[in-house]
Design a binder for this molecule. Structure first.
Ligand code: IVH
Length: 787
């Protein structure tokens, strides 16, 4: 955002800045509807601070630089804070931190003091009051003096203890901290809202603030909110620890979540090291942070230093580059994915967001665009958080040019010109071109070669695009017929096309080495597992866990590739939609031909095995009948039918009145006959019966492999980063020992393996009293239990 500053007096500019800041404050704090990104807000604030520093006569008492937050909205009762809720001064550079530490050293005449180092959580500050160990009141910060009484809403948040643990707490205890919405929960919430056509949350911070300020606590209760404690408020006389970090440990003992990222270190260097480490870990954290906070650890020293205005001299926030920025939409293009899904992408005027130049952002789908009313030419807020793709979160409406028009989904695929279609009840538009659409083919090859699929080292998206564009590969199986000369020839043509042709002998050698490595990687990928292979095929709805279930239960590709959908449904976790999607994929001749070609060119599945004996109980007649989804045929009726007709094949031609004499109600019998006589179902029933019989034979004769493993029945959660192996590797080792590896901690978790910088999962495990292993313990266990 640019604002002309020339030809304006400092006094006029200060007034303008104040008006804009106050407006932004009001929207942010009272309406929970921020209109400008934090980065712009910070810029306005800093400019105003600079003007006021240079012209002290302009620094009026009610300047936004001199107050915290905004007045509370009227709907909630007011709470006067017994002890003011303070704010922190912000710093953006190493020098500012060095100055901050130096000032403390000089005032106290000490060197390298110890600091408590904490993430700066990006949520909403609250104060919780406990009297005699019982939660009596919770309030927002408001203007620091007076906040809003949100006790009833806070009571719905499970992370907030209603009663303290232990018995050594003071009679009156106020604990302050941050309410936030974990990223995964935020994503889930928005995905759901998008599906339902509801209002999406702009970011997790707005999610937390909006949820807490609901007047109806039953709504708050449905929102996935969490809490971290980070500071004391008013506390009745008591024998308390002498340092902030020890106090936080006490908080944890008393039942408050305290982030496991909190540490202590000495001096400016210790602070800056922490800033960099947390900055590097930021994207992978389960919650948003917008910086780190350094607090002098010695509580007596804190008291001695006191405050300037409303910020303490003993603490400072060191902010990260903002995750939201404003920029302009230059165009809206359509990207066609592997399954044909058409995703609108905003092409943006390049803008730095959290240290990365962003030129594209996803708009998710047509409904989302309609909801946000994004138009070409609009100024928008883009956000890049975690490893998620940058997205457009909202339009800055008062900056819309006069001549914009609402956006519309094009009628045809921009790549293959096939029609774009939308299935009933779905939000996604798809290209109907399937195998003829080069975009879909390209994406399916990129997926096939990717690390978690066939893992062809070095064969990335760029290279695959070139191979496709220059006609060297058309389908996945073509990868296995590429020779050295193909790669060299392709590179030569790609270089010529891009105007980069280093025809030196050395370049020639380098290219040959590169091509040899690729050939080797392709060769290497031929030995793979059934699970990876199934995942690599890129069947819609078949992610890694479904691929794994198919591999585990059925054991062989030859079997799986001929299974009709009712039988796929016999595997737990595979529902009708997934089963039909697999069936649809396998029914396409082109796909079966691709599988044949892959096998012919040497792809080998190294871990195929017999049908799992676990499948046996699922092959009972009544389950089979129920899996066919015959109208009116409930599970009970299916069981009845199964009991009456020992030879189930007879169902294909048994007369209707026999069904009735067997005890079926007339309408069920009629529905069954009508279903059975539909030509589509004649074939389905025949195929299903045939495979079902075959599965029964196979499952009946397969060996019992039920040997017990040391971690059978145990559920494990991995969190944080390990040094000796990746989390995936550790997970695979634990699974090989029988464990189930889960993504989130619950009461059912048996133990948590916590590596470096473990976050909320570790906190949760601790709060639930679940056993926690560090990496050393894991390694020791794995060494003692080789799989
Ligand atoms: S301490 C006197 N610690 O940052 C100290 N604040 O401007 C008072 N915040 O409104 C705050 N993480 O919402 C503190 N680890 C942390 C924090 C933190 C986030 C927020 C808090 C406060 C603002 C300070």
């Amino acid at each position: 955002m640019t604002t002309p500053t020339n030809a304006i007096t400092p006094a006029a500019r200060a007034v303008e800045l104040r008006t804009r800041i106050e407006e932004a404050n009001y929207r942010y704090h009272v309406l929970d509807d921020a209109q400008i990104p934090d980065a712009d807000y910070d810029r306005l604030m800093r400019e105003l601070e600079a003007i006021e520093a240079e012209h002290p006569e302009l620094a009026v008492v009610d300047s936004p630089t001199r107050r915290v937050g905004a007045s509370p909205s009227r709907e909630f009762a007011e709470v006067r804070h017994e002890l003011r809720m303070l704010s922190l001064a912000n710093a953006f550079s190493d020098e500012e931190i060095e100055d901050f530490v130096r000032r403390i050293e000089e005032r106290l005449d000490i060197t390298d003091p110890v600091f408590s180092l904490e993430p700066k959580f990006d949520g909403l500050a609250i104060s919780l009051r406990y009297e005699n160990g019982v939660f009596v009141q919770g309030a927002t910060r408001g203007d620091g003096e007076t906040g809003e009484d949100v006790t009833v809403n806070l009571r719905t948040i499970k992370a907030i203890p209603l009663r303290l643990r232990g018995d050594d707490w003071p009679a009156v205890l106020e604990v302050r901290g941050e309410i936030y919405m974990p990223r995964a929960e935020f994503e889930r919430y928005n995905a759901h809202a998008r599906e339902q056509g509801g209002k999406v949350l702009a970011n997790p911070r707005n999610g937390a603030a909006g949820s807490l300020r609901q007047l109806d606590p039953t709504i708050t209760a449905t929102r996935p909110l969490a809490f971290f404690a980070y500071a004391p408020g008013a506390i009745a006389e008591a024998d308390l620890p002498k340092t902030h970090s020890a106090l936080l440990r006490k908080f944890r003992d008393w039942g408050f979540p305290v982030s496991s990222l909190v540490e202590t270190a000495r001096g400016a260097q210790g602070c800056l090291d922490y800033y960099r480490r947390i900055g590097a870990a930021r994207d992978g954290l389960p919650f948003d942070i917008d910086g780190v906070v350094y607090k002098l650890d010695d509580l007596d020293a804190q008291r001695e230093l006191g405050f300037v205005g409303r910020t303490p001299r003993w603490a400072i926030a060191h902010k990260f580059p903002a995750q939201e920025q404003s920029t302009r939409v230059l165009a809206i293009d359509i990207n066609i994915g592997r399954t044909g899904a058409a995703t609108p992408i905003a092409r943006l005027e390049p803008v730095q967001v959290a240290g990365v130049v962003v030129t594209n952002a996803t708009l998710h789908n047509a409904d989302q665009i309609a909801r946000l009313d994004v138009r070409v030419g609009d100024s928008v807020i883009v956000r890049r958080a975690g490893d998620v793709i940058p997205e457009v979160v909202r339009v800055i409406e008062d900056q819309r040019p006069a001549d914009t028009v609402p956006w519309q989904m094009p009628s045809h695929c921009p790549i293959c010109q096939s029609e774009l279609v939308r299935e009933e009840g779905q939000v996604v538009w798809r290209c109907s071109g399937e195998l003829i659409c080069p975009a879909q083919r390209k994406e399916s090859i990129i997926h096939f070669a990717s690390r978690r699929a066939m893992d062809i080292d070095g064969l990335g998206a760029r290279l695959i695009e070139d191979l496709c564009d220059l006609g060297f590969v058309v389908s996945i199986a073509d990868l296995y017929k590429l020779g050295l000369d193909d790669f060299l020839e392709m590179k030569r043509r790609a270089d010529a096309r891009d105007g980069t042709t280093p025809e030196t002998v050395k370049a020639g050698k380098v290219a040959t080495r590169w091509a040899e490595n690729l050939i080797e990687a392709i060769e290497h990928s031929k030995q793979t597992t059934l699970e990876r292979f199934l995942f690599a095929l890129g069947i819609e709805h078949v992610g890694e866990s479904t691929a794994k279930a198919l591999a585990t239960w059925f054991g062989r590709l030859e079997l799986i590739r001929h299974l009709p959908w009712p039988l796929l449904k016999l595997v737990p976790d595979i529902g009708g939609e997934v089963a039909r999607s697999i069936d649809r994929f396998l029914a396409q001749e082109g796909n079966q031909a691709a599988i044949d070609a892959l096998l012919m060119r040497g792809v080998r599945l190294t871990d195929e095995h017999d049908v799992s004996p676990k499948l046996r109980p699922n092959l009972a007649t009544d389950q089979f009948l129920a899996s066919l989804e015959i109208p009116k045929l409930t599970e009970r009726r299916a069981a009845q039918l199964a009991a009456a007709f020992e030879d189930i094949e007879r169902l294909a031609d048994v007369p209707e009145h026999h069904l009735i004499t067997a005890g079926l109600p007339a309408d069920t019998a009629a529905a069954l006959v009508q279903w059975r006589d539909d030509p589509v179902h004649v074939d389905l029933l025949k195929r299903s019966l045939r495979t079902w019989n075959r599965l029964r034979e196979l499952a009946g004769s397969s060996r019992e492999v039920e040997q017990s493993l040391p971690l059978d029945g145990k559920t494990v959660v991995l969190t944080g980063s390990l040094s000796a192996m990746t989390r995936d590797e550790a997970g695979a080792r634990l699974e090989a020992l029988g464990a189930k590896v889960a993504g989130s901690v619950s009461k059912k978790t048996d133990f948590v393996v916590a590596g470096e910088s473990a976050g909320s999962k570790l906190d949760k495990a601790r709060s639930l009293g679940i056993e926690v292993w560090d990496e050393a313990r894991l390694l020791e266990y794995l060494a003692r239990n080789p799989d």
